[in-house]
Design a protein around this ligand. Structure first.
Ligand code: HEM
Length: 700
């Protein structure tokens, strides 16, 4: 059919002057089809262009009426529909999911009182304190404008040039250089509202609030070498993971957390609540878990939903309000403004994914692609001809009333001195990491700065790092083959007013006693489940039946997935002659796409795999990335033939019916497979065995 509803009789041939003749302009069917095709693309988001989304529901655990009058936070029986979009910031729409980057975590709540958007990230702080620096930050991180390189990567000169001159970014830099910036899955990352917001209760009492999303599967990340390889093997790794989990009924879940601070306590911290480069450490103000988000439905159409969804931190409901955080204030302008161009006009709220479930009545009219057919002659207020409708709503009837805040001040372009401590929390984050996490930060900085071409930028950056932690700076410097500069040559603080004196505006050194915050380390996350973890089972013809079915059964019962990876596709014939479906060939699978590896016995199967370089590489690489590896029966021989054997990691262990489980390597020659499976599952739940990294530099 054409878009006018006309049935098309021939969708194969355009209208021509004879069978071999030119195409006629008259062909309105051809023209309609091509014209629509020509206009299929809209501008991608200026930031967060790459993303994936899903539908779900939110339910509060108990009424939060004491703190907020927000309707969706009152009744545990109410299920509020949500649409959640995860994204990366720097890359274009087609870029890899595995870039080292912040992840967007945007939640649109379709509440009975209107749409509420919580447009957050998976990192609780931001690079800059004031929205006026946002275009500079984004210009610096995006591909460099003369040659448009590199794509979706911060490892280049303009980014580090900017960062090295912006000490306020240092806390965020610690997070972005940590493994938080390369999550294992969207389902295994935290989310944060970042800014301090306000809760307002029915009595009009306001309190400060920070928002958190805590994933029930824990917070887990991949290794940087792995991330780079995944980018080639499956650039859709995260969106595929989200899609498949929901498709398979493994609905991702997060608990909604709040840190609440009384208004009178606003100034009791040694940082400013309005400064988006700071967290409130959970040890100071605990995170109270107040509800649950469950994603249970994939979108029907990527463009109509994921691409056209329009978030905005200014989409509020009564009971939730803003603060004067200067980053948040700028965002309130930016999102509406950018959607005007991205979605083509002021009527984007009428696109189905953006429509509130609560009815929206107002006197806004017309504009590009208006969908609503407003009736009557009245489009103004006050009016008598329309009976005064639509009327203003009293506060008691759910009308939004901005929280009254006393402001008495000069009009001024300046930053409060309480924003000048740029290093204490950066140091707190670094100090709170486990040793492997610290090593990863050092390596990430060596990598990123190693890609920087201008030596002065590297040196300046190392100098700024020394303000955070001297050992960190010297370790990074060592990898770059430079020293740590004794002093920094330029004023560090870019927020000096033109007529200010640089020395009065210098960031304070990290001279306070630095504690540590266990909540900041992923080493302390949930490690008691293997739900949705992917295990590769390396097998070939002649595989041991009992081992294969026993291990598959145990893994599936624990909620993990076992996928058979073999030298070719099709079916395997097991030792007992049974046909077993192969999920992937060694060509289409790779260890980086799995969480763990199991090698069952079967002399013939193992002999075949020993002759496959890709099978040995699979083991070596999984070992390098500190994943759990198990082998039973003759499967132990494949491990011996790999780097593990060459390195004597498994030596003579694993003989008889003993089970050897050491740093994520679980082997046994003859133990019953259920027993080995129990040890294997326990080791997979640890996510990774980072301790191996220090001992073995695996050449894979
Ligand atoms: C705490 C700081 C910030 C956070 C957490 C944040 C988060 C996000 C997220 C998650 C998105 C993706 C929305 C989606 O999924 O469609 C986004 C988009 C965007 N952000 Fe931010 N952002 C921050 C700061 C800013 C600032 C300071 C500005 C500008 C002043 C800004 C401008 C934009 C723009 C223009 C988009 C594209 C929106 C669209 O086209 O739909 N952001 N941001």
């Amino acid at each position: 059919m054409t878009n006018q509803g006309l049935r098309i009789n021939d969708n194969q041939n355009s209208l021509k002057a004879g069978e071999r003749g030119a195409t006629l302009l008259e062909d309105f069917i051809l023209r309609e089809k091509i014209t629509h095709f020509d206009h299929e693309r809209i501008p991608e988001r200026i930031v967060h262009a790459r993303g994936a989304a899903a539908h779900g529901v939110f339910q509060v655990y108990e009424s939060m009426a004491e703190y907020t009058k927000a309707g969706f936070l009152q009744n545990p029986k109410v299920k509020t529909p949500v649409f959640v979009r995860f994204s990366t910031v720097a890359g274009s729409r087609g870029s890899t999911d595995m870039a080292r980057d912040v992840r967007g975590f945007s939640v649109k709540f379709y509440t009975e009182e209107g749409v509420y958007d919580l447009v957050g990230n998976n990192i609780p702080v931001f690079f800059i304190q004031d929205a006026i620096k946002f275009p500079d930050l984004i210009h610096a991180v995006k591909p460099e404008p003369h040659h448009e390189m590199p794509q979706a990567a911060s490892a280049h000169d303009t980014f580090w040039d900017f960062i090295s001159l912006m000490p306020e970014s240092m806390h965020m830099i610690m997070w972005v250089m940590s493994d938080r910036a390369i999550p294992r899955s969207f389902r295994m990352m935290e989310g944060f509202g970042v800014h301090t917001f306000r809760f307002i209760n029915e009595e009009g009492k306001g309190r400060f609030v920070k928002f958190h999303w805590k994933p029930l599967l824990g917070v887990h990340s991949v290794a940087w070498d792995e991330a780079q390889k995944i980018s080639g093997k499956d650039p859709d790794f995260h969106r595929r993971d989200l899609w498949e989990a929901i498709d398979g009924g493994d609905y991702p879940e997060w608990e909604f957390g709040v840190q609440i601070v009384e208004e009178e306590d606003e100034h009791k911290f040694d940082f400013d609540l309005l400064d988006a480069t700071k967290i409130i450490p959970e040890e100071l103000v605990p995170v109270r878990r107040i509800g649950k988000l469950t994603l249970d439905r994939n979108p029907d159409n990527f463009f109509a939903e994921t691409e056209q969804v329009a978030f905005n931190p200014g989409h509020l409901v009564p009971g939730i309000d803003l603060t004067n955080d200067p980053l948040l204030q700028g965002r309130l302008f930016s999102y509406t403004d950018t959607q005007l161009i991205r979605l083509g006009g002021p009527n984007w709220h009428e696109i189905p994914i953006n429509r509130p479930v609560a009815p929206a009545h107002n006197n806004q009219r017309d504009g590009h692609m208006r969908q609503t057919i407003n009736q009557g002659r009245v489009s103004y207020h006050p009016n008598s001809l329309g009976g005064g409708c639509p009327m203003q709503a009293k506060e008691s009837m759910g009308g939004f009333v901005t929280h009254t805040e006393r402001i008495e001040s000069h009009k001024i372009r300046a930053r409060s001195e309480s924003f000048f401590d740029h290093f204490n929390q950066a140091a707190l984050f670094f100090n709170s990491q486990s040793e492997p996490e610290k090593d990863h930060i050092v390596k990430a900085l060596r990598f990123e700065l190693g890609k920087v071409e201008v030596p002065a930028i590297r040196e300046r950056m190392v100098g700024v790092l020394a303000q955070v932690d001297k050992t960190l700076a010297s370790r990074v410097a060592e990898g770059l083959g430079i020293g740590v500069p004794a002093k920094l040559d330029a004023p560090l603080n870019m927020s000096i007013p033109a007529d200010g004196d640089a020395k009065d505006f210098q960031p304070k050194p990290a001279n306070k006693p630095i504690g540590s915050s266990p909540a900041l380390s992923m080493a302390n996350t949930v490690k008691d489940t293997v739900k949705t973890r992917k295990v590769a089972v390396l097998a070939a013809d002649g595989v041991d039946d009992a081992a294969l079915s026993g291990m598959k059964g145990a893994l599936t019962a624990a909620g993990a997935q076992a996928k058979i990876v073999a030298p070719r596709l099709g079916n395997l014939t097991s030792a007992k002659g049974k046909e077993v479906k192969i999920d992937f060939s060694l060509l289409t699978a790779s260890s980086v796409l799995f969480d763990a590896v199991y090698v069952p016995g079967g002399e013939k199967s193992v002999a075949t795999l020993k002759g496959e370089a890709d099978a040995l590489h699979f083991i070596n690489e999984a070992y390098k990335h500190c994943k759990t590896i198990a082998a039973t029966g003759a499967g132990v021989e494949l491990l011996r033939a790999s780097y593990l054997g060459a390195n004597k990691t498994i030596g003579e262990n694993g003989e008889g019916d003993k089970i050897v489980a050491d740093e994520g390597i679980v082997i046994s020659r003859d133990a019953p497979v259920v027993k080995v499976a129990a040890a294997f599952i326990n080791a997979i739940a640890q996510h990774r065995h980072w301790g191996r990294e220090k001992k073995d530099q695996v050449p894979a």
